[in-house]
Structures are given as structure tokens and as C-alpha cells.
Design a protein around this ligand. Structure first.
Ligand SMILES: Nc1ncnc2c1ncn2[C@@H]1O[C@H](COP(=O)(O)OP(=O)(O)OP(=O)(O)O)[C@@H](O)[C@H]1O
Ligand SMILES: [Mg+2]
Length: 224
């Protein structure tokens, strides 16, 4: 279980906190979904959870253990928004092993299999993959490290409708083995697979039932 208690992020240069007393609980093998508009603090929260940014105060616990930033790096696997822009190797194999040269071919194949890319040659350049395949590879790059929590920032942004559906189905499948926390301004089809939902507005996180959130999102369309 991932626990956040009274997590605050208030850089001294900012007049108001960017994250205001965040409390969150996410059980293992569940898909948590945080929905909020641009600038609400979604990416900042994921950066804190992955140890890239130090919070001003508050605690982050995995099971009963409180974690410091160095441990968060191992706890979480962060898939950035548009992760394909961060590929830097000329072969899939190198991309997956980047920073972990000790990982054997078996682990590499297992990670690719989890995201449905095991049919590809390990020497394929990441940049030669289709948009959907690149998103899958970015997931495999994190899964190969076997993080406790997979953090995804706008995982379906910029994808065509059918590719988007395929990626959402993959995320729904992954939650059988992994714990996922997704942040987005546009939950779309992910909502149907969410176990827990929150809204975030100006750094304030609030729990919301997935069905209520779905109705809330559809309301303006229905009224029009
Ligand atoms: N270190 C920092 N110092 C000052 N302001 C910051 C810092 N980090 C983030 N911000 C500000 O915090 C707010 C939240 O940013 P964040 O990128 O987390 O939002 P977001 O919800 O991910 O938005 P988007 O949907 O556009 O990606 C923004 O107003 C941003 O400019
Ligand atoms: Mg963001």
C-alpha cells in the first residue's frame, strides 16, 4: 500500500503551495487515477513520488515504511508525458538496459512480453517503432526495474483513438501484476478501469468515486 500523509510542496519562490496537504492511499495491484486541469500539480506530485523533487513536508510510505528520496527512486517507475522523446539508444535492448547493464536477456524479454512487444528484434531502433509501440517500450523501460508503483503522466496524450484504446487495455491488464498511479487532465477510457479516483485542483487532492467522476465529466456534454 502506498500512503501519502499531509504532503506539502511549497517552493520559497512561490506565493502559494503547489501541493496542499495531500493524503492518498493506493492498495497494491490497483489503478489509481488523479484527474485535474493544467497547472494543478499533477506532474509535480509524480516527480515527488519518484524522488526527483523533495517535498516541503509530509510523509510517503510504502507498506509501513517511511521512504526517503533515494528509496523513492527504487519504489517508483515514472513514465513521463511523451516518453518517446526521452529515448536515447539506437537499439531496444540498449534502451531497456540503460543504467542496468547487469539485467539478463531473460528479464529483457519478460519486460517486452508484458507490454506485447516480444515479437520485435532487440536490435530494432526505438525511433523506428510506431507511436503506440514507443509508449509500450517506455512502459517496459520502467517495468524491467520492477518498481512497486508505476507512475504514468498523461499516458494516452497525443495518440490516435484506436492506439489509445489498445494502450488503455494494456494498462488494465498490467494492474493485475502492478500498482499504477495515473495522472491526466483527460481520463477518457481509463476511468472504466480505475479502482480509486481523485481530483486535483490548484494543488488540492480530493477523493471522488469513479462513477461520480464519470458523470461529472459527461455533464457539460449532456447539458449542451
Ligand atoms: N519548482 C517550481 N517552482 C515554481 N513553480 C513550480 C515549480 N514546479 C512546478 N511549478 C508550478 O506548479 C504548478 C503545477 O505544475 P505541474 O506541472 O505539476 O502541473 P500539471 O497539473 O502537471 O499541468 P499540465 O496538465 O499542464 O501538465 C504550475 O503552476 C507550475 O508552473
Ligand atoms: Mg503535467
Amino acid at each position: 500500500m502506498l500512503y501519502l500523509r499531509d504532503l506539502i510542496y511549497h517552493p520559497t519562490a512561490c506565493p502559494a503551495p503547489i501541493l496542499k496537504s495531500i493524503d492518498l492511499e493506493l492498495p497494491p495491484q490497483q489503478l489509481g487515477l488523479i484527474v485535474g486541469p493544467s497547472g494543478s500539480g499533477k506532474s509535480t506530485l509524480l516527480e515527488i513520488l519518484s524522488g526527483l523533487v523533495q517535498p516541503t513536508s509530509g510523509t510517503i510510505c510504502w507498506r509501513e515504511q517511511q521512504l526517503v528520496p533515494e528509496q523513492l527512486n527504487q519504489l517508483a517507475g515514472l513514465v513521463f508525458q511523451f516518453p518517446e522523446r526521452h529515448f536515447c539508444c539506437s537499439k531496444i535492448l540498449e534502451e531497456l538496459r540503460l543504467g542496468h547493464p547487469e539485467l539478463g536477456t531473460e528479464r529483457v524479454k519478460q519486460a517486452l512480453s508484458e507490454v506485447g512487444l516480444d515479437h520485435l528484434s532487440l536490435s530494432t531502433p526505438p525511433h523506428a517503432l510506431s507511436g503506440g509501440q514507443q509508449r509500450r517500450l517506455a512502459l517496459a523501460v520502467q517495468l524491467i526495474r520492477q518498481p512497486h508503483v508505476l507512475l504514468l503522466d498523461e499516458p494516452t496524450a497525443g495518440l490516435d483513438w484506436s492506439i489509445r484504446q489498445q494502450l488503455v487495455s494494456l494498462l488494465a491488464k498490467l494492474k493485475k501484476d502492478w500498482t499504477l498511479l495515473i495522472v491526466t487532465h483527460d481520463p477518457g477510457e481509463i476511468l472504466a478501469f480505475a479502482d480509486k479516483c481523485w481530483t486535483i485542483i490548484q494543488g488540492e487532492l480530493e477523493t471522488i468515486d469513479p462513477t461520480t467522476l464519470e458523470k461529472k465529466i459527461q455533464a457539460p456534454l449532456t447539458a449542451a
